[in-house]
Design a protein around this ligand. Structure first.
Ligand code: MD6
Ligand code: FE
Length: 200
């Protein structure tokens, strides 16, 4: 599926790579526990988040931003090699990503339509990996009111937002509970890899 430059790569990761990645993510979460952030609007997000890399994405009363530190004050763990190699295989870039954002959805979690626009430079792609239960992904244009398309993302699928779609609005409308057995307790993990450039 391709919509205005959004690339969906169905079944990119086979079952054994998916299982290995889940263990990798569990290991990251031991060093960087999942958080339920409060939005600047005072609402708690339904998606739980953590990260690996030089910076991680955080939200609080002052807004959304990338930070070198977890809410606990500790740096994020490095991005594991098996995740980095997916980035390199797909983008063919020499530049490594600065952040692997990890989102965990339980069966009631969803993510409203948003743009990824805190990264400082939008010339780099964002690579997104789905693990676990199926999720209804909606992607539109750079205009919030523009037309959207929906696609069910399955475990092992990869989405790339690049070029004209890098700033496309996108979100997760809902999960299909228990559609995958990858995660023992159900739910979905989404990993997004990004380059983050600091303002000079
Ligand atoms: C998700 N994905 O799949 C949410 N962002 O759970 C994203 O927010 C996303 O899939 C940037 C690029 C690709 C994505
Ligand atoms: Fe996003």
């Amino acid at each position: 599926m391709e919509f205005q430059g959004t690339r969906v790569l169905p079944g990119y990761l086979d079952k054994s790579r998916q299982m290995a990645l889940v263990e990798t993510v569990r290991d990251v979460a031991r060093h960087a526990p999942l958080n339920r952030f409060m939005t600047p609007y005072g609402k708690q997000m339904s998606v739980r988040m953590t990260a690996a890399g030089r910076v991680g994405w955080v939200a609080d009363q002052t807004g959304y931003r990338y930070s070198a530190f977890q809410p606990s004050g500790v740096p994020w763990p490095p991005i594991p090699q098996d995740i980095l190699s997916i980035w390199t295989d797909i983008t063919d870039l020499a530049r490594a990503p600065d952040c692997c954002l990890i989102n965990f959805y339980d069966e009631n979690a969803r993510m409203g339509l948003h743009q990824d626009k805190d990264e400082g430079n939008f010339d780099w792609p964002v690579v997104s990996i789905s693990l676990g239960d199926d999720a209804l992904f909606r992607v539109g244009t750079n205009d919030r009111r523009g037309p959207t398309r929906s696609v069910w993302l399955k475990s092992g699928d990869v989405v790339v937002l690049e070029g004209p779609s890098r700033l496309a609005y996108h979100g997760i409308d809902r999960l299909k509970p228990r559609s995958s057995t990858l995660l023992r307790e159900g739910g979905r993990l989404n990993l997004t890899l990004r380059v983050v450039e600091d303002p000079i």
